[in-house]
Write a protein that binds this ligand. Structure first.
Ligand code: DX5
Ligand code: ZN
Length: 225
């Protein structure tokens, strides 16, 4: 079975928050497939970013689906608000959810794709019992909290192990997303390891031309099977 084309999800974390509409349009012009929105609460991660009202405004201008990454201690409490605001994909961290099966089912019941995220120090086995139920898995390749951090190379082995686990659970259609430190130097290796959705923040929005940077990443992700 041939793989679906790799999708690029620019993370607006590194964009100018006073000009998000322009940033999103620039990334879309370069071929962005999704817009990745990093929600941080100052508890689960040290940083604080944006909430549902901003997602709602972004939704009005974005032409591609919104991939909302919740880095918050109580995602169960806020999932509905982010879906109402316009999230199309919603991912939650395994590290904060003792009732992950219920959380995933709840997100699905809201009519959006449910993703589960693993921090770099969280073992793949944490997914074992939920692998058949998820719509996608997000592998963090930096410790969440900030853009512009250095890629952790061991994440690639983890991607391959997650693929094996999803396939063994019969969830062959669930894509694997990677987030953190991705740029032109490592995107092809990530795709070769089994990544289907690539998040990139600083590599796009700290570049002089975010449209060209998005296009370059997309081209580099399109490797021969
Ligand atoms: C990190 C966020 C990432 C971040 C990626 O906590 O989840 O989405 O924006 O930024 P880069 O691509 O600069 O590592
Ligand atoms: Zn993210």
């Amino acid at each position: 079975m041939s793989r679906a084309p790799v999708r690029i999800a620019p993370s607006i974390l590194s964009a100018d928050f006073a000009a998000l509409g322009a940033a999103i349009a620039a990334a879309e012009k370069g071929g962005a497939d999704l817009i990745h929105v990093d929600v941080m609460d100052g508890h689960f991660v040290p940083n604080i970013t944006i909430g549902p009202p901003v997602v709602k405004s972004i939704k009005r201008v974005a032409r591609v689906p919104l991939d909302v990454h919740l880095m918050i201690t109580d995602p169960d409490k806020y999932a509905d608000a982010f879906v109402q605001a316009g999230a199309d994909m919603l991912s939650v961290h395994v590290e904060v959810l003792p009732h992950l099966h219920r959380s995933v089912a709840f997100i699905k019941s809201l009519g959006v794709k449910a993703g589960v995220v693993l921090n770099p120090s969280t073992p793949v086995v944490a997914l074992e019992e939920i692998a058949a139920d998820v719509d996608f898995i997000l592998v963090m390749s930096v410790n969440p909290g900030f853009g512009g951090q250095k890629f952790i190379p061991k994440s690639l082995e983890k991607v391959a192990a997650v693929r094996t686990m999803l396939d063994r659970a019969g969830n062959t259609a669930a894509p694997i997303e990677i987030d953190g430190g991705i740029d032109l130097s490592n995107i092809a290796r990530a795709v070769a390891a089994g990544v289907d959705i690539v998040v990139a923040g600083s590599a796009i929005f700290n570049a002089p031309d975010p449209t060209a940077a998005t296009r370059a990443l997309k081209d580099a992700a399109t490797v021969a099977p």
